[in-house]
Design a protein around this ligand. Structure first.
Ligand SMILES: *[C@@H]1O[C@H](CO)[C@@H](O)[C@H](O)[C@H]1NC(C)=O
Ligand SMILES: *[C@@H]1O[C@H](CO)[C@@H](O)[C@H](O)[C@H]1NC(C)=O
Ligand SMILES: *[C@@H]1O[C@H](CO)[C@@H](O)[C@H](O)[C@H]1NC(C)=O
Ligand SMILES: *[C@@H]1O[C@H](CO)[C@@H](O)[C@H](O)[C@H]1NC(C)=O
Ligand SMILES: *[C@@H]1O[C@H](CO)[C@@H](O)[C@H](O)[C@H]1NC(C)=O
Ligand SMILES: *[C@@H]1O[C@H](CO)[C@@H](O)[C@H](O)[C@H]1NC(C)=O
Ligand SMILES: *[C@@H]1O[C@H](CO)[C@@H](O)[C@H](O)[C@H]1NC(C)=O
Ligand SMILES: *[C@@H]1O[C@H](CO)[C@@H](O)[C@H](O)[C@H]1NC(C)=O
Length: 882
């Protein structure tokens, strides 16, 4: 007896202490927002003597919307938090941002009282979202007393967004917003959140209970069916401690069936959501003084099925019965019943009942780090884009302007993959926070007023492939880190930004090739292009695999196919050539050395004699232009060096040397057969045609000769040194020195009159090359009566001395028709009058026919008979001997 008294006292004291604590402290964690509270009013304010709840203005939790009050004469009828409201005439989605405790259950309640604030007399209809997920549709049409939505929800991050989304013409509005952190183990369910269906306590009095009687500020409405039920009550203290802690006032009364033999029944019809699934929280406590021979025992049934029990409610102490898995009802018609057991002497009782429906929020929020980052960027640039509210990526139809996201599936957090803030008036520097958008692929900050440098971190963002910084006021230079990984970087229109090679920081690594900085300062001036791109080239493609290519580039299988060209330092050149160890040859412009990059990729390094009178600017402009030219039959320029007196051009290396050495048999060259010669001629012609037709602007080689036609490992021909004779003057000491332009014997005779070299000049030189390939005679033979090859061959043809014309090394192993056609073609190319020369395209067609001819006549007509030649000789195409 004594012991139970002590226990009682202990419980009483504990209760008092806790309820005192509740009154004093329990608003901790509460968020109570009076939406639209005028700024000049006190905030926070004490809601009422009854609750003591402190309501604050919502102004710091949302950045959009306007404020208004409900009609004045309605005002007195409603508690103060409902008298003002915030409405949202602009933007499709407007959101409150609240700080919550991740993983903790929260009671979230949103209140809406239209109160004819706009004088239209018709309430709005709109959607309410919790983060990316639809929570409820709020319909205030004809709902003069307002409505509210209440949910028990566990936030997945420390930020919670409650959004009002416009669904039609009407303007969303909200009166009050309340958040209450719940107890740790309460209302835990399998999946989803709990949407309040009803929460009632059974009493005949017409009151409702909330804070501070309910420590979590749940609202308990009184409910009673006077016919069916009879109220019982107690003035004793009812122990209300369990995970749910319902207010003890809600437990002090209970309903029993009026007809004690009948079950206690509560039915509801939720036909507007017939597939709803339910969680029920039934709170029982015995509040009657029972006789010794009395028993109250009952079973609990849901939709006629045994649900729990038999239960004997504890005297003045709570028992809460919860279903462990959600329940559904046929057609939305549900019934909750208590049926007394046979041995029970008293009817069943129920003190309070909460019913929730399960609401699923399937859409995963955008990855939290992306959300934090994009919001910090928004803050840093003070962006007030109306649609930058709520979750950045979901729902997809409300994605923030300027963003793109990756969506794996509904339950995987989306990631921000592209950010377009062009023309948004950004000021300040490029925000460091951007680097935290780790999945970003495209970044467009163009047309703003950004200042400061281009940050290095942009180069370290692994997914980033496209950056547009054009049209800002950036300064400094492009960091090395951005020059790699196939980034497409646009920086034009930043007058203070240095984009030329001279102000680039010197590279730390040897050959971090593959870059592009396409930076066009002036209109069509591609000269400012820092480095060129050799990676994958396609005709007319502008962007290929992250590389910004310029028009005119074409496919090439260069040894540097996966590299990019760029400037090399002199010490790199020294290292590359192993201190100029192996000489490949000596050309009109200087010595050519063998080199290697990365130990395996071979290059040919042409060290230019220092007679180049150009300054660096002209040199680089020239080189940039040359590096843009790519064709399978042109030797690729992969880099250059310009350092003080040291000028060098670095080309792809062609292991089989030049055509000249193969025709002459000098320098270890092998004699190549007729059909190979035809193919080489065709390939060289294709390369030359590309310079004439495929390049914009067209390019004249000016120095076509057998020494400039190089052969790769498969004897594929590639033209070398294109574009050089215009810019670089040779030393003048070589056998075939380049005088002004072109080499002796190959130079278009019209040049002497016109002083200019055009495409047809190259055709002339090509004709000479072709004659050499057919005849293997020297271009100039001073000891001969006819020093120039055209004179000699023309004379021999005239004489009908055809056998004499052909290279004896061929050993008559050729088709005469093809040989003849080639000879004819060569002579017409070498016509002294440029207007009579064919174009390179015509040359190509003719060479193709020669090849067809050679292939079809492969086993017949071997050997060249003079009669046959005479028959085929059309004197009109044979040039006059000079
Ligand atoms: C609210 O006001 C009432 C009196 O109007 C007062 O008793 C109560 O302590 C106040 N509550 C708070 C938290 O200030
Ligand atoms: C609004 O509340 C008043 C007073 O409580 C009540 O008389 C009226 O029926 C309610 N209106 C509606 C539409 O529920
Ligand atoms: C229980 O005992 C009381 C007297 O103590 C008596 O009046 C009552 O009828 C009994 N009830 C039953 C069901 O036996
Ligand atoms: C987002 O993707 C769509 C479709 O792929 C595209 O049209 C749009 O330009 C992209 N937006 C941004 C900002 O990159
Ligand atoms: C979503 O994708 C993730 C990762 O690919 C996978 O683990 C998960 O099972 C997927 N979920 C659904 C619902 O498809
Ligand atoms: C990037 O994210 C990290 C970790 O989340 C954070 O510490 C850092 O401050 C962020 N950086 C910027 C520039 O916002
Ligand atoms: C970069 O932005 C400018 C201005 O918005 C635009 O004109 C240009 O085309 C963009 N460049 C690329 C490569 O998208
Ligand atoms: C770039 O501009 C900023 C101010 O906008 C200045 O502080 C900084 O010194 C400039 N940097 C260079 C390299 O000119």
């Amino acid at each position: 007896m004594e012991r139970s008294l002590w226990l009682f006292l202990f419980v009483l004291i504990a209760n008092l202490a806790i309820s005192h604590l509740a009154r004093v402290q329990s608003q901790e964690g509460f968020i109570s927002l009076d939406c639209g509270l005028p700024v000049n009013e006190e905030s926070p304010y004490n809601e009422s003597e009854a609750t003591g709840l402190l309501y604050s203005s919502d102004a710091t939790f949302i950045q959009s919307g306007k404020t208004e009050s409900i009609e004045a004469d309605l005002g007195r009828e409603y508690p103060k938090p409902l008298r003002t409201l915030r409405y949202f005439p602009e933007g499709k989605r407007n959101c409150y941002n609240l700080n919550v405790e991740k993983g903790r259950n929260h009671l979230i309640s949103a209140r809406f009282l239209y109160g004819n604030y706009d004088g239209h007399g018709k309430g709005p209809k709109f959607d309410l979202y919790l983060g990316p997920n639809l929570w409820a549709t709020v319909d205030l049409r004809g709902n003069e007393n307002g409505t509210w939505e209440e949910i028990l929800h566990i936030p997945t991050s420390n930020k919670l967004q409650i959004c009002l989304v416009k669904t039609g013409e009407s303007v969303p509005m909200i009166s009050a917003l309340e958040l209450r952190p719940m107890g740790i183990d309460s209302y835990v369910i399998e999946s989803g959140s709990l949407n309040l269906f009803f929460r009632e306590y059974f009493t005949e009095s017409d009151t409702y209970i909330r804070f501070p009687e309910d420590v979590y500020d749940r609202r308990w409405f009184s409910y009673f069916r006077k016919q069916e039920w009879t109220q019982i009550s107690t003035s004793s203290f009812v122990g209300n401690f369990n995970d749910y802690d319902p207010p003890k006032d809600a437990l002090a009364t209970a309903a029993i069936p009026t007809d004690a033999s009948e079950p206690w029944t509560y039915e509801w019809d939720h036909s507007d959501n017939p597939s709803a699934s339910y969680y029920l929280y039934a709170h029982f406590a015995e509040i009657q003084d029972l006789q010794a021979n009395d028993t109250r025992e009952f079973n609990i049934l849901f939709n006629g099925q045994q649900y729990d029990g038999p239960l004997i409610p504890k005297k003045l102490e709570i028992t809460t019965i919860v279903n462990s898995s959600p329940r559904t009802c046929d057609g939305g018609e549900c019934s909750f019943q208590l049926t007394r057991t046979d041995r029970s002497t008293l009817p069943p009782l129920l003190n309070a009942l909460e019913v929730y429906t399960v609401i699923q929020f399937p859409h995963s929020e955008t990855e939290e780090s992306d959300v934090i980052t994009i919001n910090s960027i928004k803050d840093a640039y003070e962006l007030n884009t109306i649609n930058w509210q709520g979750d950045p990526c979901v729902p997809r139809d409300l994605i923030w302007d300027g963003l793109n996201c990756s969506y794996t599936n509904i339950s995987t957090p989306p990631r921000i993959t592209s950010l377009d803030l062009s023309s948004t008036g950004l000021t300040g520097t490029i925000a460091a926070a951007l680097q935290n958008l780790t999945q970003l692929e495209k970044l467009d900050l163009s047309n703003n007023k950004l200042t400061g440098g281009v940050p290095e971190f942009l180069g370290n963002m692994k997914s980033l492939t496209v950056i547009n910084l054009s049209g800002n006021n950036l300064n400094g230079s492009i960091p090395q880190a951005l020059q790699g990984k196939g980034l497409e970087l646009s920086v034009e229109g930043n007058p203070m930004l240095c984009v030329s090679a001279s102000c680039r920081k010197s590279p730390k690594k040897k050959f971090p090739l593959a870059i592009v900085v396409a930076s066009v300062v002036g209109a069509a001036i591609v000269i400012t292009v820092l480095v060129l791109f050799l990676v994958i080239r396609k005709k007319k493609s502008t962007v290929v695999e992250g590389l910004h290519l310029l028009p005119g580039a074409s496919a090439v299988n260069a040894t540097f196919a996966n590299k990019s060209s760029r400037r090399f330092t002199y010490s790199e050149v020294v290292k590359m050539t192993n201190n100029f160890h192996r000489v490949l040859g000596k050309g009109g412009f200087g010595m050519v050395y063998h080199g290697s990059v990365n130990g395996y990729e071979q290059v040919a390094v042409k060290v230019l004699s220092q007679s180049s009178t150009q300054g660096y600017k002209e040199f680089k402009a020239e080189v940039d232009l040359l590096m843009r030219v790519h064709h399978t039959n042109l030797v690729s320029l992969v880099g250059y060096c310009y350092e003080g007196d040291h000028l060098a051009l670095i080309y792809e290396f062609l292991p089989n040397g030049d055509l000249k050495q193969h025709l002459s048999g000098k320098g270890g060259g092998s004699i190549i057969n007729w059909s190979t010669r035809l193919r080489i001629a065709l390939e060289a012609a294709l390369g030359l045609e590309y310079l004439h037709v495929g390049c914009k602007p067209p390019m004249v080689h000016r120095d076509i000769k057998t020494a400039n036609i190089l052969l790769d490992e498969n004897f594929k021909a590639k033209i070398a040194d294109f574009g050089l004779s215009r810019s670089f003057q040779g030393g003048g000491d070589s056998e075939e020195s380049t005088v002004i332009a072109g080499s002796r014997g190959y130079l278009d005779p019209e040049y002497n009159h016109s002083g200019r070299l055009a495409e047809k000049s190259d055709v002339y030189s090509f004709g000479i090359v072709l004659l050499e390939m057919i005849t293997n005679q020297p271009v100039i033979n001073q000891t001969s009566e006819y020093p120039h090859i055209t004179q000699r061959v023309g004379f021999q043809i005239k004489r009908g001395d055809i056998l004499e014309v052909m290279d004896p090394n061929l050993g008559k192993d050729y088709d005469i028709n093809s040989a003849w056609r080639a000879l004819e073609l060569a002579m017409s190319c070498a016509n002294p009058s440029s207007s009579k020369r064919p174009s390179m395209s015509q040359v190509i067609n003719e060479l193709k026919e020669c090849i067809t001819c050679e292939n079809s006549g492969i086993s017949t007509n071997r050997g060249l008979e003079s009669q046959e030649v005479n028959v085929g000789l059309d004197t009109t195409v044979v040039p006059m001997a000079r």
